[in-house]
Design a protein around this ligand. Structure first.
Ligand code: TXA
Ligand code: MG
Length: 340
């Protein structure tokens, strides 16, 4: 199959809508990461997503809408706290899990009785949902296991030949996937940290629970609240090892390695001049938004550098830093060295 890579204009948006209505896949830009979209109400179309990505069928998808009123068709109940979150943060980088209606095919929910819904703020994403005239199920548009795509080129590199159309809406601004919160149970629970922080959410609906899987490794036998938590994620070719320390011990540790061949660093801007190995920087030490914005591109850049081990700075678990930590710890397979 030939893959068309097109800038958003009247023709390409119209084509995207036609393909989606016909049950085909289209990669779309969003403010978090690129999504691989299909008609969320057509189980056969949804199945194609899992095939193209190589994604396990038991990992449910997020349904994307372009107006809050579209929630009602997709849910059995729109809980008060969900409504407050939607009114405050949508359109934007938060996905809300609610009890699902029987209109949502089991391919989307992986058989769960809940559905994840998001209203993206990227105008091109909204235009494509409107052009299709249907809600769109979309996971990140990467091959399963590799870093999520934050540019159309990342999508092209992963999925060329497998999908008919990629709409290039520029670099994703947030750079990590949406915050996922479930309000389907009694206590609102954070399942994945993202661009909207715990503090922002608690300001609107009060105290929330943070699922254990957000910062800890879940073994493959545990039943998890969000199936995505248990899969290997964001893994570049080199082994990533996180180095946990406060100051320059990170630099001393790397520079003191006896054999520095094929060793690299994923560091902060402040470290660059002191390191004597090849590096990619995530941005300034305290600028969590910039670190999130750069993370997945940095992981893909490291792939080009022919490294076998990359030592990464350990992000702070606060604000959007929690989202960076959550992704990086998975890309490192939870391997952390602590230095005092
Ligand atoms: O920013 C984003 O959320 C991007 C863009 C494209 O919107 N999408 C995205 O989708 O990251 P995906 O499929 O890569 O991640 C969805 C996550 C998975 O971890 C999945 O397990 C979880 O949400 N999820 C989806 N539906 C769920 C449900 N009903 N209950 C629990 N977890 C759910
Ligand atoms: Mg993903």
């Amino acid at each position: 199959m030939e893959t068309i890579l097109a800038k958003p204009d009247e023709n390409s948006l119209k084509l995207a809508g036609q393909l989606l209505r016909a049950g085909e896949l289209v990669a779309i830009p969003t403010e978090t990461v690129y999504g691989l979209a299909s008609n969320a109400l057509d189980g056969k179309a949804v199945e194609k997503i899992f095939k193209a990505k190589g994604r396990p069928m038991d990992n449910p998808l997020i349904v994307h809408i372009s107006d809050i009123s579209q929630v009602y068709d997709l849910v059995r109940e729109f809980p008060e706290k969900a409504r407050k979150l939607a009114e405050t943060f949508w359109p934007g980088a938060i996905t809300i899990i609610m009890p699902c209606s029987d209109k949502v095919p089991k391919e989307v929910t992986a058989g769960l009785d809940t559905v994840a819904i998001r209203f993206p703020s990227h105008t091109v994403a909204q235009q494509i949902i409107n052009s299709a005239g249907i809600p769109l199920s979309a996971p990140s548009a990467n091959l399963s296991g590799s870093p999520s795509p934050t540019s159309a080129l990342h999508v092209y590199n992963d999925l060329q030949g497998k999908i008919p159309l990629i709409i290039d809406g520029g670099e994703s601004e947030v750079g990590v996937e949406s915050t996922v919160i479930s309000v389907a149970g009694d206590i609102p629970t954070l399942l994945r940290p993202g661009g909207i922080t715990v503090e922002q959410i608690e300001n609107v609906i009060g105290k929330i629970h943070i699922d254990k899987g957000v910062v800890e490794q879940i073994d493959s036998h545990t039943v998890v609240a969000s199936p995505g938590m248990k899969y290997k994620h964001y893994s570049p070719k080199a082994d990533i090892i996180i180095v946990k320390c406060d100051g320059d011990e990170y630099i001393d540790y790397i520079n003191a390695l006896k054999n520095r061949e094929h060793i690299g660093a994923l560091c902060y801007d402040e470290d660059r001049e002191k390191l004597c190995v090849p590096y990619v920087s995530l941005g300034k030490k305290k600028d969590y938004l910039m670190q999130a914005h750069h993370l997945f591109n940095a992981l893909r850049q490291l792939d080009e550098m022919n490294l076998h081990t990359v030592y990464a700075r350990c992000p702070k678990k606060e604000g959007v830093g929690l989202a960076v930590y959550n992704r990086l710890i998975r890309s490192a397979g939870f391997e952390v060295i602590e230095i005092d």
